[in-house]
Write a protein that binds this ligand. Structure first.
Ligand code: URA
Ligand code: SF4
Length: 200
């Protein structure tokens, strides 16, 4: 298991995007509609990493186009970040879900799937060379900073990891926008999310 053998060793983001459709690095490709690769300019100074595509993104083929993406858009505007200048991607490129009648219910990817998919994120970061990596939620944070990272203790901090995918880069972590949507006190969860993004 693992995506490495499908990841092109050279070429840019377009070559990566063209190759990901063939990835069989874990079982998630089987039920998903398509892989959702990152989006944004190759010169982006900020890379935003989510968990995995959701129901909308799986159909559209673009990251952050569903309800979580709408909330993210609103928060980005509020802190003065231009979505068009960011590169948005996910730790896992295929949608993991279970079926409930006609609905597809999001399931958190397994650690083994996150590890299997990491070569794609590593290749994106390699081609991009951003200054800052923003991790949305624990899955993204653990993919970038290692499995022992505790989001609740370090959200909103400016981190400078020595190893891992973002070695030498500036990393800021916060919760996933879908956690804000589910929070019992949505207004305060949103305010905390925006406060973390201000650090970026
Ligand atoms: N949630 C994510 O983590 N990524 C997306 O692309 C959409 C929703
Ligand atoms: Fe490959 Fe990642 Fe899709 Fe698994 S989730 S098949 S590793 S692209």
């Amino acid at each position: 298991m693992g995506a490495q053998e499908w990841v092109p060793g050279d070429g840019g983001l377009d070559e990566l995007r063209a190759a990901i459709g063939g990835c069989r690095g874990c079982g998630l490709f089987e039920h998903a509609t398509q892989p959702v690769f990152g989006r944004g300019p190759a010169a982006a100074r900020v890379v935003v990493v989510g968990e995995q595509p959701g129901d909308h993104e799986d159909v559209d083929g673009e990251p952050f186009t569903g309800p979580a993406g709408k909330l993210l858009d609103r928060a980005l505007v509020e802190v003065g970040l231009d979505r068009g200048e960011l590169y948005l991607t996910n730790a896992v490129k295929h949608f993991r879900f279970r079926r409930q009648g006609k609905r597809r219910i999001h399931e958190t990817p397994r650690r083994s799937e996150v590890v299997a998919c990491t070569p794609w994120l590593a290749a994106e970061l390699d081609r991009l060379s951003p200054e800052t990596v923003v991790c949305l939620g624990a899955t993204a944070a653990k993919a970038v900073l290692g499995p022992s990272f505790k989001l609740t203790e370090h959200r909103g901090e400016e981190l400078r990891p020595d190893d891992g995918l973002a070695a030498g880069l500036r990393v800021v972590t916060t919760v996933h926008p879908s956690a804000v949507l589910r929070a019992p006190d949505r207004d305060s969860a949103y305010a905390d999310f925006v406060a973390d993004l201000k650090v970026v």
